[in-house]
Design a binder for this molecule. Structure first.
Ligand code: TRP
Length: 330
């Protein structure tokens, strides 16, 4: 049977930690796993991007990247169909970044909301570097190198994708039509709530990780923030805004009943937490089991990354040839 050529997608995550949390899993990874059925997926671990905030711990980034790749695989990204690779192992990302930086006006970058937010937070050697300002230019290179149909990401990335389109358009205007207009492929699941009721994020220390044990998961859920107005178990609860009810909606197939019982004061938070722990641990069991096997075989993950980089390079080097020709840089 002749294989029909499929549309391509490119996405990536930063290895600022060596493990991904349930927000990453439900907000992005699961979506990627499903998209593999229909698209050729390029899953990048954007390790150079991590340097924008980790310049003083650069030595941790490689191990973190292996951890992130391990989570990709455990979640079900299939290395036979999709390319899983490290950005730094495909040097074309750096070359296109440099060429794009020459056609990106400073004003475009200063407007990016994530730049403004991060600039406030960073101190010391990571303080507002040229690289931080250029972050979206590197991201545009990550994406356009593969001339993808689209990019599966969360809503928070929409401004970055808009900038990617603007950079692509300007390049095309200056040098001829090389890059496609990329689509946002937004994931259905909105962001998950962390155990303190804020958005789940590694920087808030409120996350449950794929790599957590069932006991660690249970402890985090037992301590989680719930409805402050529900003091006794027969008080009527308000599931919206409760971290435990939020987990129910994602992981408990019978969540409608659980939330209704909470609302009517028919169940207390302790019962709610116990059942939640069971649902979460059960749903994660197969992913965690695969992760444990992969952790025992780091060499296998390293090999998968090498093969993924080769697949990625095959596409990236073709794009770079076109780019150099278009610019008249032989
Ligand atoms: N900026 C993205 C994030 O913080 C990471 C990223 C870098 C990315 N390059 C990318 C995402 C290319 C999608 C495609 O999550």
């Amino acid at each position: 049977m002749k294989r029909v050529s499929r549309k391509r997608l490119l996405s990536g995550m930063q290895p600022t930690q060596g493990k991904l949390h349930l927000g990453n899993l439900e907000g992005a990874l699961r979506n990627w796993v499903n998209l593999q059925e229909e698209y050729d997926l390029f899953c990048c671990v954007v390790d150079w991007h991590a340097l924008t905030t980790m310049i003083d711990h650069s030595g941790e980034i490689y191990e973190n990247s292996i951890g992130v790749a391990t989570d990709y695989l455990a979640a079900g990204i299939d290395p036979d169909r999709s390319a899983i690779f490290l950005q730094s192992q495909v040097k074309e990302h750096a070359e296109l970044y440099l060429l794009f930086s020459m056609c990106t006006p400073l004003g475009w970058l200063e407007r990016v909301p994530t730049y403004k937010e991060k600039r406030e937070l960073l101190t010391g050697y990571a303080d507002a570097s040229h690289g931080l300002l250029g972050y979206p230019v590197l991201q545009a290179a990550d994406i356009l190198l593969y001339k993808p149909y689209g990019v599966p990401v969360g809503k928070d990335q929409v401004p970055h994708l808009e900038l990617t389109r603007e950079i692509g358009r300007r390049f095309n205007y200056l040098f001829g039509n090389v890059f496609p207009e990329i689509q946002n492929v937004l994931s259905e699941t909105p962001s998950m709530m962390g155990m303190d009721g804020r958005k789940m994020s590694k920087s808030y220390d409120n996350a449950i990780y794929i790599a957590d044990t069932p006991d660690e998961t249970a402890m985090k859920i037992m301590k989680a923030f719930t409805d402050p107005l529900k003091i006794r178990k027969d008080d009527p609860g308000h599931p919206e805004g409760c971290a435990v009810c939020d987990l129910h909606t994602v992981y408990n197939p019978n969540y409608v009943l659980a939330l209704e019982e909470c609302r009517q004061g028919l169940r207390g938070c302790v019962q709610n937490k116990r059942e939640c722990i069971e649902s979460v641990n059960e749903a994660l069991a197969p992913i965690r089991a695969r992760r444990r096997v992969l952790e025992q075989d780091r060499g296998h993950v390293v090999d998968i990354l090498a093969a993924g980089a080769e697949k990625a390079r095959a596409v990236a080097s073709e794009t770079m040839k076109e780019v150099r020709i278009a610019m008249g840089l032989p």
